[in-house]
Design a protein around this ligand. Structure first.
Ligand SMILES: C[S@@+](CC[C@H](N)C(=O)[O-])C[C@H]1O[C@@H](n2cnc3c(N)ncnc32)[C@H](O)[C@@H]1O
Length: 279
């Protein structure tokens, strides 16, 4: 049985860093006709995506932000340790609130696995977007991964077998949708694991989120001052999702969906706005 480590098990079950980075690179390049070089990864956890980013090109730099020292320590021990010393110099790991303005300014800020759903009230969400706006270069983009649809709110447990390189089942990842309040959109989820020996690790990760909708998030981005906001929705082929995302103004009424919402600055900078108490 593989050695139990909650971050290793989580990453193998839910993350695809190379595929995600490829997608973000394409989204930025499609808009600008050039590559993003400076990445900020928000809610980075074990920052596997940032490590992928610095490995991808020797001009790439990444700054990753998370409040919790535990996943950051795992990321340093496991992912950062595998980088060359030159790649390590282009990676900066910060134990820091994402509600902060950072330098150097980024071309691209990303937040994966619905992490910003932890920001439950609108004032905080808008404040987060303002910090992102100030941390971006002219032409910069903020791209956040979101999920929704009836399949994201019904009570259920989804069991996903995870296999090792030898093709044998290593463990089962269980996504547990525990509660949803239609009035507040507060939602509670948990991740459990069932190990190869039949033992269980319950509630290894728990989430207390607000399930924001796409128009709410886009409105908050506009209020924060993003001159442009748009959505990347999964394309379909013969009624099935392709795993590819395209910029669009309308989506199909999917039972459960993942999408990417973006806020973008104009290439020649952003109009200056006065600070408010909410900042
Ligand atoms: C769901 S995990 C996501 C980890 C990783 N981004 C992924 O895609 O799997 C959310 C992470 O956000 C961090 N977090 C929550 N609130 C934060 C905040 N205000 N500032 C920085 N990190 C925060 C938590 O510590 C946690 O590691």
């Amino acid at each position: 049985m593989p050695r139990w480590n909650k971050y290793a098990f989580y990453e193998q079950a839910v993350q695809t860093p190379a595929r995600h980075i490829e997608m973000f690179v394409d989204m930025y390049r499609e808009r600008h006709g050039k590559y993003a070089r400076h990445l900020r990864e928000d809610f980075c956890g074990t920052f596997a995506l940032s490590c992928e980013w610095v490995k991808r090109n020797r001009r790439n730099t990444a700054q990753c932000l998370d409040l919790d020292p535990e996943p950051l320590a795992y990321g340093k021990r496991v992912h950062r340790a595998r980088l060359s010393s030159e790649q390590k110099q282009r990676l900066s790991v910060l134990r820091r609130n994402v509600l902060s303005t950072t330098t150097p300014k980024a071309d691209l800020i990303i937040g994966c696995n619905f992490s910003f759903f932890i920001l439950k009230d609108r004032a905080t969400l808008v404040s987060y977007f303002r910090h992102c706006l100030r941390s971006l270069r002219p032409g910069g983009m903020l791209i956040l991964e979101m999920a929704g649809g009836p399949g994201m709110i019904e009570p259920m447990r989804e069991r996903v077998p995870v296999y090792g390189r030898d093709g044998k089942r290593k463990y089962t990842y269980i996504w547990h949708q525990q509660q949803f309040d239609p009035i507040t959109h507060d939602a509670r989820y948990a991740i459990h694991f069932e190990l190869g020996d039949g033992s269980r690790k319950n509630s290894v990760f728990t989430y207390d989120w607000r399930l924001w909708t796409l128009p709410e998030v886009q409105d908050a981005m506009r209020e924060a001052g993003f001159p442009e906001t748009f959505v990347y929705w999964e394309t379909e082929h013969k009624g099935r999702g392709t795993g590819e995302y395209a910029r669009t103004g309308h989506g199909d009424n999917a039972y459960a969906w993942i999408a990417y919402v973006a806020g973008a600055l104009k290439k020649n900078g952003n109009p200056r706005r006065k600070r408010t108490a909410a900042d």
